[in-house]
Write a protein that binds this ligand. Structure first.
Ligand code: NCD
Length: 304
């Protein structure tokens, strides 16, 4: 039995097969409409979510399966003091696969160690968000045709943004990726990540101003300042609008640069950018459903 805790749980070759399956699903949806008939997904969200939860749920429904679960810790037995280990042992009796989001780093890993069904980490605190990374990689592959040889700028809250942490870990396994980290001093990418890049001799730069590096980017990955992980509201207020991508700044970008964002967006991308053909963040949401369908089939070992 396999779980998904980190994007590194799959080899690059396994990811290629997963993305091939996701692309086949995109082109031949009806073929998969009954693949998970009789199977249930438990969607256990201890932290707010719109996209990830509904994306998992619609993925399972698209496969002909059913969904049970909760979208708020306060409506689960966690509010009575039940541990994640006990909850997953109970859920293992009800469902065939579980997607879990939790505010505590490592909670889905604890669940996986006690579970008799596959557990998918749907985001654990400021740590990892592997299915967002699968979404990001499938988007890059589908829109550019390959995952190699590009310069990617990651901009915003690189300290608390778990999607950024997962994506960097995943991208270092592909050839010739150059990272540019764009953040205020207070929200720099954690040192355990830059140490890993140094050790692997992967090139990266850290800058504060977006404008100065914009013309060099093939991808710009924008992120929201993660208010819920700040200790102090004043710091959040000071940093929240540090970057606002608008039409003016887009004039500096290459004609084929793509803008990605895991969403939700707050102010960091002005709505006037949405009509720019380089804005790929809503397409990214659609790829998220295909890749989660492929993931559910793979972890349940179902072949169509
Ligand atoms: C992200 C998350 O939850 O980490 N959202 C998502 O799942 N697409 C990003 C965020 O909340 O900023």
């Amino acid at each position: 039995m396999r779980h998904l805790m980190s994007p590194l749980d799959f080899t690059v070759e396994e990811l290629d097969s997963l993305f091939d399956l996701a692309s086949d699903i995109e082109q031949n949806m009806p073929k998969y409409a009954h693949a998970c008939q009789g199977k249930k997904l438990a969607s256990c969200f201890y932290e707010p979510s719109t996209r990830t939860r509904l994306s998992f749920e619609s993925a399972m429904l698209n496969l002909g399966g059913d969904v049970i679960g909760f979208s708020d810790a306060s409506s689960s037995s966690a509010s009575k003091g039940e541990s994640v280990s006990d909850t997953i042992r109970v859920i293992s009796c009800f469902a065939d696969i579980c997607a879990m989001r939790h505010p505590k780093e490592g909670a889905p890993m604890v669940a996986a160690s006690r579970s008799s069904i596959p557990v998918i980490n749907a985001g654990d605190g400021g740590h990892q968000h592997p299915t967002q990374t699968l979404t990001d990689l499938l988007t890059i592959r589908s829109l550019k045709g390959h995952i190699e040889h590009f310069t990617i700028g990651l901009c915003g809250d690189l300290k608390f943004g778990r999607t950024v942490h997962s994506l960097i870990h995943a991208l270092v396994r592909y050839p010739k990726i150059h990272f540019i980290f764009i953040s205020p001093e207070e929200l720099k990418v954690p040192s355990y990540i830059t140490d890993m890049l140094k050790e692997k001799q992967i090139p990266y730069e850290e800058v504060i101003r977006l404008e100065e590096i914009m013309p060099r980017l093939d991808f710009l990955y924008m992120t929201r300042v993660q208010r819920e992980r700040f200790f102090n509201e004043d710091d959040y207020v000071r940093l929240k609008d540090f970057y606002i991508l608008n039409k003016e700044k887009m004039k500096l970008a290459k004609q084929d640069m793509l803008i990605l964002h895991p969403l939700p967006r707050v102010n960091e991308i002005s709505v006037e950018v949405d009509d720019d053909p380089r804005a790929a963040y809503f397409k990214q949401v659609q790829y998220g459903v295909y890749v989660r369908m492929a993931l559910i089939l793979t972890l349940l070992d179902i072949h169509v």
